[in-house]
Design a protein around this ligand. Structure first.
Ligand code: PLP
Length: 480
């Protein structure tokens, strides 16, 4: 939240920008009636402006009957200035420079792509896929001549509601679902609807890198919270929510990307309670709950939510049919109309053909049986990766699902040379700093075991281990 960020807002005077910013947050109800606002000093530091600027903004708020002053105490919110959640203004589209760090790595052509957390296309049931495509054209002969509705095909949304009721006991109506073109689009829509410049956003550290890029582009003030093998330090989450009043917490609690960690059920329930207390929306991104190698993961946070504070994003893209790019958002109706409006600005609905193919393909018995085979195939690939890397002194927690190993290399490893030399040898992986809002994690890398076949995995890993030893001979226990 720096001065140059403030100057992106269309307002002539700095104190007016601070005024707009504070008023927006008061209107949204981030501080309740009669709640004390941050001190002039705290805000001046936070916004990187002079104290006099904050003082002038507060005076203007007082003049306009938004706040009142208590002698020797500070500024307090006057009642009746907050709007209900569903009366927020339209989103601002900011002019921030757009970055996409992960996609840059993905563009590197290589034989051994440990950087891609997608399924090996050979693991998909390609032979029977074409049968479903044909069936869709027979059932809906005019499918290519029609747009979907913006919210998504009703038949698909109803089938998904039925699926969620059966599987998780979520009781949803089709009106509470929005079909998106991948969960990447879902994150983007949510950010556009909920985030304006300088809003605080909690992000896990590390986290899914494109989410950092999306929230940064919105001008968010990113507040990191560490994720550990057994979840979060919930006292810290609460402290951060109290201190920064984040608008949302974006999280990926099931087979987290990049670490593979799973947030336990007790924490999920508590997290929903904390979020409710501090009016912080939890954006739960859930791209691979079916890819478990031991027991099924806990229920999504969404299933603990009764007050509408969880927005649930579910992708069906990564292991069902990446080429169809189908995902969905389930949320409280108060958010839905804003999301539909935002989606209508980016496309005319996710392609109907893709939605219909997905509908017939995903819910068929064959596909559900195929998922069981997929879990076994991926568990074998995880084991191969762990076996090949066991000769190194690299460290990781063995994932119980998902697509990746999150690995710590010795600090002395020259990471940049390792990456550039790997690329020369047609090997890619993702450096850990890309997943960190603070761009640290310099000794960490993400290695995906899902994209290469078993033979390629073994060959590529042997080459990578050999290469790392040439750069870092003291990390080689056997000395070769
Ligand atoms: C946590 C997370 N969110 C979102 C996505 C993007 O998914 P989609 O392919 O549905 O856009 C991914 C893909 O890797 C992911 O890991």
């Amino acid at each position: 939240m720096k001065r140059n960020a403030l100057s992106n807002v269309h307002s002539d005077k700095l104190f007016e920008q601070v005024y707009d910013y504070l008023l927006e947050r008061i209107t949204r109800g981030e501080w309740r009636a009669h709640e004390k606002l941050p001190s002039i000093r705290t805000l001046a530091i936070e916004l990187n402006v002079h104290r006099l600027t904050v003082f002038k903004a507060y005076q203007m708020l007082k003049q306009n009957r938004k706040v009142y002053v208590k002698e020797k105490s500070g500024y307090y919110v006057l009642p009746n200035n907050m709007l209900p959640l569903d009366s927020q203004h339209d989103p601002i589209v900011s002019a921030y420079v757009q970055e996409s760090s992960l996609s840059e790595i993905h563009q590197v052509k290589a034989v051994y792509q440990f950087s891609i957390a997608l399924l090996d296309p050979h693991l998909l049931p390609n032979q029977f896929f074409s049968e479903y495509v044909k069936r869709v054209f027979d059932l809906y002969p005019k499918v290519l001549g029609t747009y979907s509705t913006i919210q998504g095909d009703r038949e698909l949304r109803e089938a998904l509601c039925h699926y969620f009721t059966k599987r998780y006991h979520f009781y949803l109506s089709a009106d509470e679902l929005l079909i998106t073109s991948g969960s990447q689009e879902a994150i983007d829509l949510i950010a556009r609807v909920l985030i304006k410049p300088r809003d605080a956003v909690l992000l896990e550290r590390p986290t899914y890198s494109p989410a950092i890029d999306v929230f940064r582009r919105q001008g968010a003030n990113i507040i990191p919270i560490e994720i550990h093998p057994h979840g979060y330090d919930l006292d810290r989450v609460e402290m951060l929510m109290q201190q920064y009043k984040p608008r949302l917490f974006y999280l990926n609690p099931t087979f987290h990307n990049p670490t593979g960690f799973v947030v336990p059920a007790e924490q999920r329930k508590r997290l929903v309670e904390i979020a409710h207390k501090y009016k912080c929306v939890l954006v739960e991104d859930d791209p691979c709950p079916d890819i478990y190698f031991e027991e099924k993961p806990p229920l999504p946070l969404f299933s603990y939510d009764t007050a509408g504070y969880v927005i649930y994003i579910r992708s069906f893209s990564k292991y069902i049919a990446p080429g169809l790019s189908i995902a969905m958002i389930a949320c409280h109706p108060s958010f839905m109309s804003y999301l539909i409006r935002a989606k209508s600005l980016s496309d005319s609905g996710t392609p109907l053909l893709n939605q219909k193919i997905f509908l017939h393909y995903f819910f068929c018995e064959r596909m559900q049986k195929h998922l069981a085979k997929l879990r076994i195939a991926l568990a074998i690939r995880r084991d191969i990766m762990e076996q090949e890397l066991s000769v190194t002194d690299w460290k990781w927690s063995s994932p119980t699902g998902g697509f990746n190993l999150w690995i710590r290399l010795p600090e002395s490893t020259p990471m940049e040379s390792l990456l550039s030399k790997s690329i020369e040898q047609s090997i890619t992986f993702v450096p850990g700093s890309i997943f960190d809002p603070q761009r640290e994690f310099k000794s960490w890398i993400r290695m995906s075991y899902s994209f290469l076949n078993e033979q390629q995995l073994r060959e590529g890993l042997k080459r990578l281990v050999h290469l790392s030893r040439t750069l870092h001979p003291e990390g080689n226990p056997s000395g070769d």
